[in-house]
Write a new protein. Sequence first.
Length: 140
Amino acid sequence: MVYTHSQSIDIPDVPPATLWAILSDPVHHHPVWDVRVKKVSLDGPFVDGVVQWISFTFAPAPVRTVLVDVIDGVGYSDDVDINGIPTRFTHRIDPDGSGGCRVTFTVRLEGPRAQLAGPGVSGNLPNELAALARYARTLR
């Protein structure tokens, strides 16, 4: 079983490079724009295979994710195990042709409990994207 959910936001007044600067530097930016994130650390540069540790306000310990499919200026994914469910979060930036962009977050869960857990895992995507857009507007 597979559960996939994508959510996008158009940000016509912020260039793609600004969004990439935010997303590719989670140590400095993620805790600022996402109220559920306390701290992020990376075990190396922002490239494929590097482990990212995210401390959430709702989790007792940092969550380990692995960066994959990092494409400079375009996006990346990170893989994480959520209660035994393999999960991939994908973050993509698409230029809109007018200087702004569309940001899409996709969540993909696999396994027998994916359909049950998926809505809870992906339910905050609209709030996350709105918060990211608000933050990005402060940096343009």
